[in-house]
Design a protein around this ligand. Structure first.
Ligand code: DGL
Length: 272
């Protein structure tokens, strides 16, 4: 494995671009390959087996492009597939973890809310986080059906998005939460609206920057950091139709970029 190889990043859709932004900030010299599995989003209402199959197929695609590390930029795929990925692939695999630890350290009211998909909230990873920090602070898990779809539709501030967010955020405030953890990588794109609804006294936090730091640390340990001084590149693939993927990825990446179709061997849709 060479330091010049790229880094692979994937998500059920475009949410992982929030992580990719932080990776780009932390590692400006790296070449980044991003796969959005938008044809199959949301993962949150799919079976564990389906999510595992998709995560393996996409990781095989990334490994075929010689990635030196894979970032699972999806909390739901982390919960459902991380063990299968780590047992199957030898490249370092960096996973998401909702930012419950910093939230528990910073809350004044001792109540934190976690917005995530239903599947993330029942995953072993989350149950363990809950057990680790739930003794000191009250952790309110709030499932958010429909939010991933709003981001996948590029609707970050419309009426429907606002109504859904009010439905999910206001009950947390009523229960005195002063910190809201975004436990799904799609949600940072809704952070301005979440902050507006929650008010300035509430901290809204996510774990994208922490994941980028952990990626950097892993590459450093393995002597795999790209040469500084070179400018890194990005390549994007989507399993969705390109007429939908192209404008959406450009909107969220904040640049006109080209999206390629994910090769069919990595698409492999299966009936639920
Ligand atoms: N971005 C994914 C996550 O972090 C969304 C999951 C989904 O597609 O349901 O959980």
């Amino acid at each position: 494995m060479s330091a010049a190889n790229p880094i692979g990043v994937f998500d059920s859709g475009v949410g992982g671009l929030s992580v990719l932004h932080e990776i780009r900030r932390a590692l400006p010299s790296e070449d980044l390959l991003y796969v959005a599995d938008s044809a199959h989003a949301p993962y949150g209402d799919k079976s564990q087996q389906f999510i595992e199959d998709r995560s393996i197929a996409i990781s095989e695609f990334l490994v075929s492009r010689d990635v030196k590390a894979i970032v699972v930029a999806c909390n739901t795929a982390t919960g459902a597939a991380i063990a299968a990925l780590r047992s199957r692939f030898s490249v370092p695999i960096i996973a998401m973890e909702p930012a419950v630890k910093p939230a528990a350290a910073n809350t004044q009211s001792r109540v934190i809310g976690v917005l995530a998909t239903s599947r993330t909230l029942v995953s072993d990873n989350f149950v363990q986080l809950f057990a680790r920090y739930g003794a000191d602070v009250e952790i309110l898990g709030q499932a958010c059906p429909g939010l991933v779809e709003q981001v996948e539709a590029g609707d970050l501030s419309g009426n429907k998005t606002r109504l859904l967010l009010e439905q999910y955020v206001l009950p947390l405030l009523e229960q005195d939460a002063d910190t809201i953890v975004l436990g799904c990588t799609h949600y940072p794109f809704l952070a301005p609206l979440i902050q507006e609804i929650a008010g300035s006294g509430v901290a809204v936090i996510d774990s994208a920057a922490a994941v980028a730091r952990e990626l950097r640390r892993r590459l450093e340990v393995d002597n795999l950091l790209a040469d500084v001084g070179r400018a890194g590149s990005e390549c994007f693939w989507s399993s969705d139709t390109l007429d939908k993927a192209q404008p959406l990825v450009s909107q969220l990446w904040q640049a006109e970029i080209e999206v390629s179709a994910l090769p069919t061997h990595a698409v492999r849709p299966r009936p639920e």
